[in-house]
Design a binder for this molecule. Structure first.
Ligand code: ATP
Length: 434
């Protein structure tokens, strides 16, 4: 049985992964067999109503008593969802082994498009799915999506949870231990510590039950990495998820004029068609022409790639990735850029008054269309001189600074990596209660 659920949390509390932790602990007592790690799938990061990282969770189990298990799970969703503060949980069960293609299509759309909850509800009735929702049922989108998700590249995350008495209190974590952990486990883990800023990246900042999350390529490294953190606070336990985090999964779609709708994610390949302008706050705006279509783009200061954007010139061929932002009073609909891949750099030329070869002095213009003359020796030349200016950027991929990474952003060390080893085994301690 596949179990998908989403939208159980709110900015004021809970976390869907914590509900998964509670669920797995309960199911373990019921002697169900787990057939995979819990899946943590991040969907389109540009949808407006996500709490944080737009993550949904899925479990795959086998059981002799599906009705009882479904009842228990539904009760847990009801008990733990933070509906008071705006959560709209959705829960979906699917009991056949082979997942129909339509699930896969729904899931891959949820990675880059905005899906209306009405369509999720229609999907549920069409496939006669056993499901449950509270509030407006938006959570059904993620719940269906996580069941239909097909891994082509995967990462893992070990999420550790706090004891209830500590929820909402400050997380004390030793920076040096996180830094050491990163040094010892790199490149098998990623995005733990920002060396440039001296900032710990594994702890969330909200009131949710997560103490820290360590991301990496395989569960065993995550378990050893976690042992290096040694927080003073006694934690409740941990759960390891298989995930699409760090895979760049939301940027497989090509943005075209037809799908250039608010909240769409994807890439555009084209030619820079306007001079980049630096706006108040340091954000950079320019346009890209792809075929006959022109797309306005913005690069925001925190990404730290504004310097790259500023140095683009008309004619450069680039590929950009990002999400379409709704038009506001001040700005038209535009693409928020997440990466810039410079494919071809145009020569940057400047025409200047010619230099007198003899006197090494720049000549003066004699008036419109009348050429140039050296003020010292009187030598004349007809035309301006063309010089090549250095380009301050290279033909390479520019990604945001690590602190500005989204859950799905492919970190530099994962470029070109495809991790397909499914390492699920009962020997791995993928859930632990301390
Ligand atoms: P957290 O990361 O803390 O678990 P979250 O950021 O995942 O929180 P949710 O509260 O789960 O936020 O809200 C995301 C909501 O968006 C869910 O209801 C989910 O079903 C829905 N959703 C996911 N993908 C899409 C999509 N492509 N189009 C429309 N709705 C979506």
């Amino acid at each position: 049985m596949y179990i998908g659920f989403d939208d159980t949390d709110s900015p004021k509390g809970m976390c869907t992964t914590y509900l998964a932790y509670k669920m797995v602990k309960t199911l373990k007592k019921e002697k169900v067999t787990f057939l995979d790690f819990p899946n943590l799938i991040r969907f389109n990061p540009n949808i407006p109503w996500k709490t944080r990282g737009n993550g949904a969770v899925g479990l795959t189990i086998s059981t002799d008593n599906p009705q009882k298990i479904k009842r228990m799970i539904k009760n847990l969703v009801e008990k733990y969802s933070d509906t008071k503060n705006g959560a709209n949980p959705g829960l979906v069960f699917f009991e056949k082994q082979d997942i129909p293609d339509e699930f896969l299509q729904f899931s891959s759309k949820a990675l880059w498009k905005l899906i209306h909850r009405v369509d999720a509800k229609k999907f549920v009735s069409k496939h006669n799915l056993d499901s449950f929702y509270l509030g407006n049922g938006q959570g059904l989108v993620g719940a269906i999506g996580v069941i239909g998700y097909k891994f082509l590249d995967q990462t893992y995350e070990l999420l550790s949870y706090r004891n209830k008495s500590k929820f909402g209190t400050k997380r004390n974590i030793d920076h040096t231990k996180v830094k050491e952990m990163q040094e010892k486990t790199f490149p098998q883990t990623f995005n733990n510590y920002d060396k440039e800023k001296g900032r710990v990246l594994i702890t969330p900042h909200g009131p949710d039950p997560v103490f820290y999350g360590i991301r990496g390529e395989d569960p065993s490294t995550l378990i050893s990495a976690s042992k290096l953190i040694k927080p003073e606070e006694k934690l409740h336990g941990y759960l390891i998820f298989k995930s699409n985090q760090g895979t760049g999964d939301h940027l497989k779609n090509k943005i075209t004029l037809e799908n250039f709708e608010p909240y769409t994610s994807g890439t555009i390949t084209g030619i820079v068609s306007t001079v980049p302008i630096v706006m108040k706050g340091g954000h950079v705006f320019f346009s890209v022409r792809s075929g006959n279509d022109i797309f306005r783009c913005a690069v925001y200061k925190p990404t730290k790639i504004t310097n790259i954007a500023r140095n683009l010139i008309i004619g450069d061929r680039i590929q950009i990735g990002g999400g379409v932002r709704k038009a506001t009073k001040t700005f038209e609909r535009l693409v928020n850029i997440e990466f810039i891949n410079v494919l071809e750099l145009k020569k940057k030329l400047q025409t200047i008054n010619p230099v007198c070869k003899k006197c090494k002095k720049r000549m003066k213009s004699k008036g419109k269309n009348q050429g140039y003359q050296c003020v010292k020796c009187g030598r004349k030349l007809k035309n301006k001189q063309v010089i090549k200016l250095p380009r301050l950027i290279s033909k390479t991929l520019y990604v945001p600074t690590i602190s500005a990474h989204r859950h799905l952003t492919r970190p530099r060390q994962r470029l070109g990596t495809i991790n397909q080893k499914n390492q699920f085994s009962r020997k791995i301690q993928w859930i632990n209660t301390f």
